[in-house]
Write a protein that binds this ligand. Structure first.
Ligand SMILES: [Zn+2]
Length: 111
């Protein structure tokens, strides 16, 4: 993953004005660059974004590399419209490559 370098937070905001991000796990579009509200994946968790996220440095904030979900602006337009379609259909996407369902045990939505 390439690391982008920005001088300031403003420069970052200018490049990614939509503030929409793509979950590295389920591929849905989310508004939180670190946490997916669909599958609960965390870009700052143990597995980060397993190479499918976005790494950058904002110089005015020091040399720390930040890793977040991919901003939608980094996607090609045709890929992006496919993703938006996927997000809207509500269909089950391909399972995440690394995703543990162990925490809450078996899923029992019908009760
Ligand atoms: Zn997700």
């Amino acid at each position: 993953m390439k690391i982008e370098v920005f001088e300031t937070q403003r420069e970052f905001n200018n490049k990614f004005p939509s503030k929409f991000y793509i979950c590295s796990c389920c591929g849905k579009i989310v508004i939180d660059k670190y946490t997916c509200n669909y599958c609960g994946w965390r870009a700052d968790g143990l597995f980060k974004t397993f190479g499918k996220g976005y790494k950058f440095i904002i110089k005015e904030q020091g040399a720390d590399i930040q890793e977040i979900f991919k901003p939608v602006e980094t996607m090609k337009e045709d890929n992006l419209s496919k993703m938006i379609l996927n997000s809207n259909t509500g269909q089950e996407d391909a399972p995440c490559p690394i995703f543990f369902k162990g925490e809450e045990g078996e899923k029992d939505e019908r009760k």
